[in-house]
Design a protein around this ligand. Structure first.
Ligand SMILES: *Cc1c(COP(=O)(O)O)cnc(C)c1O
Ligand SMILES: [Zn+2]
Length: 404
């Protein structure tokens, strides 16, 4: 832990840690469910303290952390492998391509990183119950981390969330409330719940430590590349908090003086769940009214971190693009076949984005060091790949019956 203040990303006002919990008290007055969050708070550390204490030879990552380690849940999250994928990379004209396999987190997605930190904060505050709305993964992450820490998880999910994710939550003992409607409906309901009944709300970007938790993936990438900044990171985008978190990692490293540039952030959205993409392109925000996609984890009408995600893309000289469900499911298969990494459709969206990017005018150059984030495990949703593949029929156990 390094001392920090919260700073409003809209008005710049600063607040002491104990003064605020969710949004900026001033700007948050302008927020109502159904618009992107305003007054999202950012953690601003004492960067001189980090600079004088952090050593690459023996990295103490707690220096970049906004909660004291004594409150950490016993479960270990993060520290996922960064895999150099030579064959895939060469096929794409990118011999220096890595995949950060975050599907290998305990609940199978990058969301464990955010849940871990918010649950640590709940322990620090003495809160017994943590509440979230989720498309599925944030909820399964919260369920398992709460189980590890002995807290109650209360979860609002769209009723159509993939079965595997719902099973994870229920098995881990969470209180699960499937909501008739969309993720955006669940988001609003969860805010009303914590406003009236209390508990700590973990909603993405609404609780500032979700961004800080997701940031750890960026810090790890830097360390795993030998304390080098990649040229680009490809990230699938729903609410835009993973994108914002990766950005914050490199901003923290820059403010502390360890790096002198940011990686370009390439955000990939599903064709019909494209509110952030259009916002980046036009500078004007509007909802994605029917965000239907097989990539359920990035299906959102009104992304909570739309403003922060847009700033992160522009600040890093990155770009955004969209991909179709066909492209996503193709990419899921080709990533699995060329690397062995099986990622859920939302994770495969990043791969689909990279494939598309390399075919167009914004192609990344051959000398670029590129990291593709695989954000969730493929077994989270087996229905989607089953629309593309057939499981072979059983044979009699005789050599003659084999058609090989
Ligand atoms: C949540 C999630 C995303 C998108 O993250 P946002 O912060 O909502 O943009 C991408 N992939 C997977 C697997 C996720 O669970
Ligand atoms: Zn403010």
């Amino acid at each position: 832990m390094t001392p920090f203040t919260y700073r409003c990303t809209d008005c710049g006002r600063e607040y002491a840690r104990e003064q605020v919990r969710y949004l900026c008290p001033e700007c948050g007055k302008r927020y109502r469910p159904g618009i992107p969050l305003v007054g999202v708070l950012e953690v601003v550390f004492d960067y001189e303290a980090i600079c004088s204490t952090f050593k690459c030879e023996k990295p103490d990552w707690n220096l970049f952390c906004a909660v004291e380690p004594e409150f950490f849940p016993p479960m270990a999250v993060g520290n996922t492998p960064l895999v150099k994928v030579q064959r895939l990379g060469e096929g794409l004209g990118l011999p220096q391509l890595w995949v950060k396999n975050d599907g290998l987190n305990p609940s199978g997605s990058l969301k464990d990183r955010a849940s871990f930190l918010v649950v640590a904060e709940a322990k620090r505050l003495g809160e017994k119950r943590v509440v979230t709305a989720s498309t599925g993964n944030a909820a399964s992450a919260l369920a398992v981390v709460c189980a590890s820490a002995g807290l109650e998880a209360l979860i609002f999910v769209p009723e159509k969330a993939p079965k595997g994710k719902l099973v994870q939550m229920v098995v881990a003992g969470a209180t699960v409330v499937p909501v008739q409607g969309t993720y955006d409906d669940a988001f609003r309901l969860s805010l009303e719940f914590t406003a009236q009944r209390g508990g700590l709300n973990r909603n993405t970007a609404y609780h500032p430590l979700t961004l800080e938790g997701k940031k750890t993936v960026g810090l790890e990438i830097w360390a795993q590349l030998g304390f080098q900044v990649p040229d680009a990171v490809i990230v699938s985008v729903g609410d835009g908090v993973i994108l914002g978190g990766v950005h914050k990692a490199f901003v923290d490293l820059q403010r502390a003086g360890f790096i002198d540039r940011l990686p370009r952030l390439i955000g990939v959205q599903a064709e019909h769940s494209d509110a952030i993409h259009r916002y980046v392109q036009t500078g004007r925000y509007s909802d994605a009214p029917t965000p239907a996609t097989r990539a359920d984890s990035i299906s959102v009408v009104c992304p909570s971190n739309a403003h922060g995600a847009r700033k992160a893309v522009l600040d890093s000289h990155g770009l955004t693009l969209t991909v179709t469900d066909d492209e996503i499911l193709d990419a899921q298969g080709s990533l699995a076949r060329s690397t062995g990494i099986f990622t859920e459709p939302a994770g495969a969206a990043a791969m689909a984005g990279l494939l598309k990017l390399q075919k167009g005018p914004d192609r990344l150059p051959a000398n670029a060091r590129v990291v593709l984030l695989a954000t969730g495990h493929g077994l989270k949703d087996i229905e989607s790949p089953l629309t593309r593949i057939a499981i072979p029929a059983a044979v009699e156990p005789r050599m003659e019956a084999l058609n090989l």
